[in-house]
Ligand binder design. Sequence first.
Ligand code: ZN
Length: 247
Amino acid sequence: MKFTTKFLIATAASLSLAACSQADTAAEGEEAATDAPKWGYGEEGGPEKWGEINEEFAACKDGLEQSPIDLPAASEANLITVSTNYAATEAKIEDKGKTIQADFAEGFTLTSGENEYGLLQVHMHTPSENTIEGKAFPLTAHFVHANADGGLAVLGIMYEEGEANPAIQAMLDNIGASAEMDITAMIPGDLTAYNFPGSLTTPPCSEGVNWHVVTTPVTASAEQIAALNEKMGNNARPVQPLNDRTL
Ligand SMILES: [Zn+2]
């Protein structure tokens, strides 16, 4: 784990995480200072180049436990069941440029085995970043959590096209504002999940993130998925090598 407690506390206080990367703000500051190209998802500064853009981003090319990954069929994986105490809550919703994100006040937790993590924010990717048996879902949400020791845990939820999702609609309708979001609508009742070590999926691609990808998808409407994609663009990092990890 490369995050210091001080850094994490500062991050949690400012609730400025973006797209799995709490270093987004710092990275942009460095880019401005060094005039290096900005990271993104297009040709210039795209995922294949992230590791070259800034020495702080070296893990993007040298890391051995990078995210996202392709996951096997659920029947072939060692799954765990996690729990949350999520409930309807006030959230601050922002367009971060590369993602739409909602920040939360303290109080919500993710329990994974013996570990408890506090919810910081949720943000979106179109299409999904992790894939299952080679298949991407059209939309994923990453609920980012941290524990007191600075450890990060992500709860990844897949969305398939279907009924509109009221919490996602609350995000779409309130960008740049605070609004009530019932985040229980964004997760399934069954939180059986793939659990594996991984990284932030955006620069600096820091490792030591405890990943959970829930096997049961939730629905969002075609209109909601299209609206998010229109605002964010395609913001999915390609899948990375599994290396020595087992699932
Ligand atoms: Zn993410």
